[in-house]
Design a protein. Structure first.
Lengths: 364, 272
């Protein structure tokens, strides 16, 4: 990759007293990419963001932005700007005054500042609202003002702390697409922190998944979804069935795995190096499981099952399938396309999957 | 059950009557003051003899009264500024930082609110005489600041308690230093609270009698002057007229203070 590095996080740790919030994180953000830090609350993602912004100092390690070491540089002198979770719109100022707040030391005169503010308002879709008072804004408008206020300073990196959490679902989906489009049009590196995997997957070029202060995996959304590297990541992103088995043999990049009920299946090795005989878990996305009345044709392995429950989602239907010799039912998600055959609770069906659809996960 | 609910519903019907009596008992005596101040008689009492504004007119001739008024204004303005500044700083510390003895220090600051004023007055008198400060307007200003700081602290802790800390961080993130953030964001956002503190401490100090009586020495404040005049029956109607004016001013001040307190609550309420 030739894209220059915008932010380099090298072996950064942060402790609050006894509590280690961030542990030895290494991460490079590329110039102009939309990167999301994803993880459950308390996983350290916000702390990492605040260290980049300059609100917290790393206990160890170094952060460089645009090639400049950030140690000892206060938040107000860093080439970063932030969109806060509460948006932090200054309540005593109107929209335009909020946007030009950071231009106080820019040396621009009043007219130039106003021109810049209007340009930003145009970009975030608030043209003509410069005179609005802060308390007259809706949630979506507040977010746009916060974006305009940060972007007008042309930061190297824009930091977004859970920017969608204050919006309702419909507006959130709309703002996600707008945010994506805005990022492409300004070309600035965006680093967003979120606990919402859908949000992270929809808008990011790359995501980093964090658990307990550690970065578990950094990849493009498709790879995170299709080839999670740990059970934790697999479980956090999307629905996942886990089936425990035993490694049969390694043969040229693939693993032969012995599964209860289903039998032997050949799965991509995916970095698993344990020897034959070791226990292993495979992950299987619900939509990759075939459910049919008769023995499925396209599947490598199959087993008889009974439908124990069913959930209708509109575009998909989830079937909970009980298999002989397995305690928890597996979940299969079937697209609700035209003339699709449906199954009732209690019905006997066949379930199966292809080896290429499963992902081998090392034991945690 | 039914007996209890019948009883409570009967008591419930009597509550409005109780409320009216309560308010009447509290405020009617105060309303008597303006009433008598327009009465054409030196005797305070019914029946009223006729309408006059002469007691207000002759107020202007009393030079000692104007000296006392000047003293009161000096004391009230200066002690309001001192109490508001200190109260704001104390409240910011209490709301923002976690430090040892935080609760204890908060309680200590609030103590003058519940301490009998006469006790405060005597102890301060002993202290000021002991360290050679004597009794002047300056000592009254100190005493009134002590008395009004708790009012400011309760107003400002509520203003800062609702203050979204990310506003300050946002100001710093946008390039301001700590002082710039304080000047351009924190203070303007809590400004209505600060104004409300100034008005309330001014009013409390302006009306205060006991501390001023003990500590004002040869420069009486208005309440002390009024007290000294009550001994002369001939001066009584004048005092009543003056008192009526003071009630009016106090009520106006409190209304304005309340207006700013509400605005402060609206400005600082964290966004949802």
């Amino acid at each position: 990759m030739d894209t220059p590095i915008a932010v380099n996080i090298a072996d950064v740790s942060k402790s609050f007293g006894q509590f280690e919030a961030v542990k030895n994180v290494d991460l490079q953000l590329k110039q102009g990419e939309f990167f999301s830090l994803l993880g459950p609350s308390g996983c350290g993602k916000s702390t990492l963001l605040r260290m980049i912004a300059g609100f917290e100092d790393p206990t160890e390690g170094s952060i460089t932005i645009d090639g400049r070491e950030m140690k000892g540089i206060e938040a107000n002198h860093r080439p970063t700007n932030m969109v806060f979770q509460s948006y932090a719109i200054f309540p005593h100022l109107n929209v335009e005054e909020n946007i030009v707040f950071g231009l106080a030391r820019s040396g621009l005169n009043k007219g130039e500042k106003r021109a810049k503010a209007n340009e930003m308002l145009e970009k975030v879709g608030l043209a003509g609202l410069g005179r609005r008072g802060a308390h007259e804004l809706s949630g979506g408008q507040r977010q746009r003002v916060a974006l305009a206020r940060a972007l007008v300073l042309e930061p190297k990196v824009l930091l977004l702390d859970e920017p969608m959490s204050a919006l309702d679902k419909k507006l959130r989906e709309q703002m996600q697409m707008e945010l994506r489009a805005l990022q492409r049009s300004v070309g600035i590196t965006f680093l967003m922190v979120t606990h919402d995997q859908h949000e992270a997957m929809t808008i990011s070029d790359r995501c980093g998944v964090m658990f307990g202060g550690k970065l578990a995996q950094v990849d493009a959304p498709e790879i995170l979804y299709q080839a999670p590297r740990t059970k934790q990541v697999a479980d956090f992103i999307g629905g996942m069935n886990f089936i425990e088995g035993q490694i049969g043999a390694h043969e040229g990049g693939s693993l032969e795995i012995d599964l209860p009920v289903f039998g032997k299946v050949s799965v991509d090795e995916h970095g698993v190096s344990e020897r034959a005989g070791a226990p292993i878990t495979i992950g299987l996305r619900p939509e990759r499981i075939h459910v049919e009345k008769n023995r499925p044709e396209g599947a490598d392995v199959f087993a008889e099952a009974e439908v124990v429950d069913r959930a209708f989602y509109g575009e998909t239907i989830h079937y909970y399938l009980a298999l002989n010799g397995r305690k928890d039912p597996i979940i299969a998600s079937i697209t609700n396309f035209e003339r699709r055959e449906h199954f009732e609770i209690g019905e006997k069906v066949w379930s199966g999957f292809r080896g290429a659809a499963a992902v081998a996960l090392p034991q945690d | 059950m039914s007996l209890v609910s019948t009883l409570t519903s009967r008591i419930g019907r009597l509550l409005p009557i109780y409320a009216v009596l309560y308010v009447a008992f509290l405020y009617l005596p105060i309303l008597l003051l303006p009433l008598f101040s327009f009465n054409d008689s030196k005797v305070l009492g019914f029946p009223l003899t006729g309408f006059t504004t002469k007691w207000y007119g002759s107020l202007a001739e009393q030079t000692a009264l104007f000296d006392a008024l000047k003293n009161s204004l000096i004391v009230a303005i200066l002690s309001a500024i001192v109490a508001t500044s200190l109260g704001t700083l104390i409240s910011r510390a209490i709301a923002k930082y976690r430090y040892p003895m935080r609760r204890v220090s908060h309680t200590i600051v609030m103590v003058p609110l519940v301490m009998p004023e006469i006790i405060i007055a005597i102890s301060l008198l002993i202290l000021f005489l002991g360290i050679g400060l004597g009794t002047t307007l300056f000592t009254v200003i100190l005493a009134h600041s002590l008395l009004t700081i708790p009012f400011c602290v309760s107003i400002m802790t509520s203003a800062f308690g609702q203050f979204d800390d990310s506003l300050e961080e946002a100001a710093i993130d946008l390039g301001e230093g700590t002082w710039g953030a304080l000047r351009r964001v924190t203070l303007p956002v809590v400004a209505p609270g600060i104004i409300s503190c100034l008005l309330i401490s001014f009013t409390v100090s302006f009306d205060e009698f006991i501390l001023a009586f003990f500590l004002s020495g040869n420069s009486p404040t208005l309440p002390v002057y009024i007290w000294s005049q009550v001994r002369f029956p001939a001066k009584l109607p004048n005092v009543i007229a003056l008192g009526s004016l003071l009630i009016l001013v106090s009520v106006l001040f409190l209304l304005v203070a309340e207006h700013f307190r509400r605005r402060s609550a609206r400005l600082t309420t964290k966004s949802e």
